[in-house]
Ligand binder design. Structure first.
Ligand code: DGL
Length: 274
């Protein structure tokens, strides 16, 4: 098969990476996609770098078994933990979401005060601080871990009272920092855009790294002559490690299309195969 006709592989701890998948589907509607959400082991954000790296190796190994042409770590936690370490040794290009997110934040802020919300692991890594200051050292970054957002999204509680109150408790202190742009530095969080926007108010732009990530996917595929040439409609396949019904229900309402076909796999079977 011409390499360009192979699918793009996306990976997240759960449903969050669909926010990136959606932007890729919009920008590159001709591309086939294989998505893996590690729903049996979500959340990743409170786990150690060693454990996250091991899970990532298994996921990458699974995606390579699906003959993907490029892998997107559609997860900030994974990107912050092991993108740099793993990308050099893999046989296909790998991209993460943090550099695209940092670029989008730098473009969005006017007062040079940026907020970042993410998982505990992403915030501890200071990956956004590093990426933003490499682009513009004048920008101050104010970060806050919001781990409960991940569970709200996996549960499909996107706009109810619990979501709103949780957002208020996490975000009120950030508002006091005078930021004018807030990076949704966990791919689960754009699912909560409505409540986050309500709490932050109109003066704060919500920055979703997904759109910029999709642009980077296009750029790399284009540069490497890997854009899909076939003209038959693109196909999407979804894999999870547990609970396909919940993933399909929440995912379908987000993507506005049925999540099918969906299969359950055990990522540990792919251990040590990279
Ligand atoms: N969606 C993920 C991220 O972007 C991680 C959520 C989690 O598993 O804690 O960081």
């Amino acid at each position: 098969m011409n390499n360009g006709n192979k699918p793009i592989g996306l990976f997240d701890s759960g449903i969050g990476g669909l926010t990136v998948a959606r932007e890729i589907m919009k920008l590159l509607p001709n591309e086939n996609i294989v998505y893996f959400g590690d729903t049996a082991r979500v959340p990743y954000g409170s786990k150690s770098p060693e454990v996250i790296t091991q899970y990532t190796l298994e996921a990458v190994s699974f995606l390579l078994s699906q003959d993907v042409k490029l892998i997107v770590f559609a997860c900030n936690t994974v990107t912050a933990t092991c993108l740099e370490k793993l990308s050099a040794s893999l046989s296909v290009p790998v991209i993460g979401v943090i550099e695209p997110g940092a670029r989008a934040a730098v473009n969005a802020t006017k007062n040079n005060r940026v907020g970042v919300i993410g998982t505990e692991r992403t915030v501890q890594s200071r990956a956004y601080e590093t990426a933003i200051s490499a682009l513009n050292s004048q920008i101050s970054v104010h970060s806050k871990a919001c781990p409960l957002f991940v569970s709200l999204v996996e549960e499909g509680w996107l706009e109810n009272e619990a979501a709103y109150h949780t957002a208020k408790i996490y975000l009120e202190p950030l508002k006091e920092q005078g930021i004018d742009a807030l990076v949704l530095g966990c791919t689960h969080f754009p699912h909560l855009k409505t409540v986050i926007g309500k709490v932050m108010g109109e003066g704060v732009e919500l920055v979703d790294p997904a759109e910029e990530t999709a642009k980077e996917v296009f750029q790399i595929l284009n540069e490497k002559n890997l854009l899909r040439q076939e003209e038959t409609p693109a196909t999407y396949r979804y894999f999870v490690s547990s609970n396909p019904e919940k993933f399909a229900r929440v995912g379908a309402s987000f993507l506005n299309r049925p999540i099918e076909p969906i299969s359950v796999i055990d990522p540990q079977q792919f251990k040590d195969k990279v």
